[in-house]
Ligand binder design. Structure first.
Ligand code: FA5
Ligand code: MG
Length: 388
């Protein structure tokens, strides 16, 4: 009957957060009304950024210090806003186009068709502007269906900052509002980078966001690569106008706390932030920024390849979710290493290399073979691909 699913839901798969009850679902489907799997569900409410002895909490507090000491007008701080937001807040309010990929079930976790796990802290910009705030910081956990490697995780943390100016502020400067805000933004972020890092190699890259123009990304050189740490720009006028802020300009940025913390603390893999192992947690303490993490030991990775004929609905994010659902934090990377099309049959084959590695111990052959057998079974049954 009508209520079948709703009422049969076992209690343990329901969670109350910020007054909203959400359900989990462990099936990967193309058009679900709820695509939040167990391993994501279990991260809700953890709030690593509110732990003073956790690298993310230490970093958050240090950024607070920077704003407190450099701005006489205090920034309002929020770090406890519910990650469950409406589609309107997450996308519409920040002008994300109707057909933008980030809205798809493949990229975003939906609780139902109108409710998502926020995929960025920008989801709170409009609400706070409407409530009258003009300088604020929002820190929180954000959720994305994404690929798997050492710098990507489906749950991570962002800090959003917004600063609004009125005509008085830029009139005297002799420049237009947009340049005034862009200059102030870059000054703020370069100051923040110096505050956190002292000297570090960084560069500005032009970017695109639906909610800012112009838009930029900041990259920092880390482990022989340029690592993107934040996006920012001058807020689109339309957002300000809709929030009752005509004749104002504003800048905004959203930074990835894990990415910055990896550089600051020398943390080599994003999974470590979730570790409850004392050999990790005991290395960090309140107020101590930049203590270099000492790996307990580097355990060897084990590589397993899997090849299959894909179908039209196949996506890498779905594959990663299946692998993560089985191996959890034992999976370090899922990488496409080969792809070819058989023109006659009109079929395409992908080969992925899965790297299994624990940050905490050596894995046994048996354990890895079990994981891989499970992966093969579920890739076949849940993604409807044909194994080779
Ligand atoms: C955004 O999320 C924008 N909302 C940022 C923004 C805010 C732009 C305000 C303009 C104005 P982006 O998708 O690039 O942008 O993510 C921002 C940062 O989050 C990235 O630079 C990166 O540091 C971090 N990040 C993104 N995906 C992941 C991931 N899977 N794991 C860890 N960190 C990530
Ligand atoms: Mg980006």
């Amino acid at each position: 009957g009508l209520h079948r699913k709703k009422w049969r839901q076992p209690v343990s798969s329901l969670l109350e957060l910020g007054g909203v009850a959400i359900a989990k679902d462990d099936v990967v489907r193309d058009d679900p009304t709820n695509n939040v799997p167990d391993n994501i569900f279990s991260k809700l409410g953890m709030q690593l950024h509110r732990r003073d002895n956790h690298p993310l909490g230490i970093l958050k507090n240090e950024i607070y210090n920077y704003f407190d000491t450099n701005y006489s007008n205090k920034f309002n701080k929020f770090d406890d806003l519910s990650p469950i937001v409406s589609v309107k807040e997450n996308f519409d309010d920040v002008l994300v186009p109707e057909d933008h990929v980030s809205r798809s079930y493949n990229d975003t976790y939906y609780i139902d068709s109108q409710t998502v796990l926020r995929c960025h802290t920008s989801a709170h910009q409009a609400e706070l502007l409407r409530r009258g705030y003009t300088q604020f910081l929002v820190t929180g956990d954000v959720y994305r269906r994404d690929s798997i490697d050492s710098t990507h995780y489906p749950v991570f943390h962002q800090m959003e900052a917004v600063r609004v100016f009125s005509l008085n502020d830029w009139e005297a400067s002799g420049t237009d509002g947009t340049s005034y805000a862009a200059d102030d933004l870059k000054k703020c972020l370069e100051g923040l980078a110096r505050h956190l890092f002292g000297a570090v190699e960084m560069r500005w890259v032009d970017a695109y966001f639906p909610f800012t123009n112009p838009s930029f990304e900041l990259e920092i050189y880390f482990q022989e690569k340029w690592l993107e740490v934040l996006g920012c720009g001058v807020m689109e006028q339309e957002i300000l106008q809709k929030c009752g802020k005509e004749n104002h300009v504003a800048w905004a940025f959203g930074l990835g706390l894990e990415r910055l913390a990896m550089v600051l603390f020398d943390i080599p893999d994003v999974r470590l932030f979730w570790s409850a192992d004392e050999r990790f947690t005991s290395q960090f303490s309140k107020g101590k920024l930049g203590v270099k993490f000492k790996p307990f030991s580097k355990f060897p990775p084990c590589y397993k390849d899997i090849s299959f004929w894909i179908n039209e609905s196949f996506t890498e994010n779905n594959l990663c979710e299946v692998v993560r659902g089985i191996a959890g934090d034992l999976v370090e990377e899922v990488q496409l290493i080969d792809s070819f099309t058989n023109e006659k049959k009109g079929m395409t084959s992908h080969c992925y290399r899965i790297a299994y590695r624990s940050m905490e111990r050596s894995l046994t052959d048996e354990e890895i073979n079990d994981l891989q057998r499970n992966v093969r079974e579920q890739v076949q049954s849940k993604l409807n691909v044909v194994l080779r």
